[in-house]
Design a protein around this ligand. Sequence first.
Ligand code: ITT
Length: 186
Amino acid sequence: MRLTFVTTNRGKANEVRNLLKTFGIEIDVCAIKLTEIQSDNLEEIAMRSCEEAYGVLKKPVFVEDAGLFIECLNGFPGPYSSYVYRTIGVTGILKLMEEKENRAAFFKSCIACKISGEPPSLFSGVCIGKISHEPKGSSGFGFDPIFVPEEGYGKTFAEMTTEEKNAVSHRGKSLRLLVEWLRFMR
Ligand code: ITT
């Protein structure tokens, strides 16, 4: 069985391809723009996008929905991370947090995978960390330059290689759960 990962985000596609390759899994990536429903719940967003992707491609697919949840902003931008990144970006988030001492935040990733007529299976991963005071590093994508994971020796995601990021990231965690499940399904 060959899986297709549906995403318009090249950074995500690169991380997913890289990690799955280490498990001997080759995937296809397809950049169809799916309808992203308005919801506070990443699982629900991923589930709906996955059903839509399966309906269009009619073959085994998975999608991933992720978000950055910042404690002092009551979880903002959360499920709206993509929009917030495109509008106010990294600089806007740092501005909102200028006076804030509490820098705690987490990333969450939710994968929905559908290989048959059954409802999609869901796999989630969380990465706890802090928002830095200034952007650092140039790899990765999105909010990587301002996110310092707890397990990352003080580096931002953008200062890590893809392999280092995958070892500790929200996406790395949800992907390893997907891999375990795929082994079980074979
Ligand atoms: P697809 O829905 O097409 O996969 P997208 O970029 O719209 O692409 P999301 O809806 O999951 O994906 O958006 C999440 C946004 O959150 C993303 O655009 C980034 O700005 C940010 N984000 C998610 N994971 C991230 C990560 O690992 N590092 C940095 N920023 C991340």
